[in-house]
Design a protein around this ligand. Sequence first.
Ligand code: APR
Length: 228
Amino acid sequence: MKIVVLTGAGISAESGLKTFRDTDGLWEGYNVYDVATPEAWEKNPEMVQQFYNDRRKQVLEANPNAAHLILAELENHFEVEIITQNIDDLHERAGSTKVSHLHGVITKSQSNVNPDSTYQIVGDELRMGELCEFGSQLRPHVVWFGEAVPMIEMAAEICSTADVFVLIGTSLAVYPAAGLLDFVPSGTRKFIIDPNIPNVSRYKNVIKLEGTAISQLQILKEILLNEK
Ligand code: APR
């Protein structure tokens, strides 16, 4: 049985990483257009680098929480594919082996002229003056607002193959990621895990598990294992 999981910032909340739109979320402290757009990078690359250097430090200091670990453990019983909107690497550090990062990953940089060229960042800082092999300034390997999401077609294909679909910790506020539910077969069960369930009223076979990722994944794991 193949389980496809789409995660958002909420799954990393219990690791101490801020979400974006909750109270005290990241976008309360920063204007998106100052730190997460190509225009911001053109205008003030130092500010953008600093924003991601600060977040990278927090990610490196954080640890996967029980929700990440449950998803990794489910691989011992089922085929599990994770599509994440998160740029942290907590799924991988928890042991998940099939993780697709729709919005990039904060531990990597990319060439400013050739986005397909990505590099592992050593340590927690990406500095101005660090150049790619083509001689241009390295930037965070993150998809900014207004940029294309190269992995979206592949992610839609993965969603279309789900025997069970699980949505965890996302407000479904940002497209094209939020539209991935459209690619999940209507007959597939869709478990929605969130303390504040987003609007999923247009989908069929929805089971709402209202609560935190850790508490509700423990319940979902029991449900799925009992069906085996
Ligand atoms: N467990 C599960 N869900 C939680 C928890 C928790 N402990 N705490 C908060 N949540 C939920 C919130 O209720 C909300 O629905 O996580 C969701 C977080 O929503 P957002 O902050 O909008 O984050 P996300 O949906 O991942 O944002 C999508 O927006 O800014 C862009 O690129 C950024 O990838 C991000 C995208």
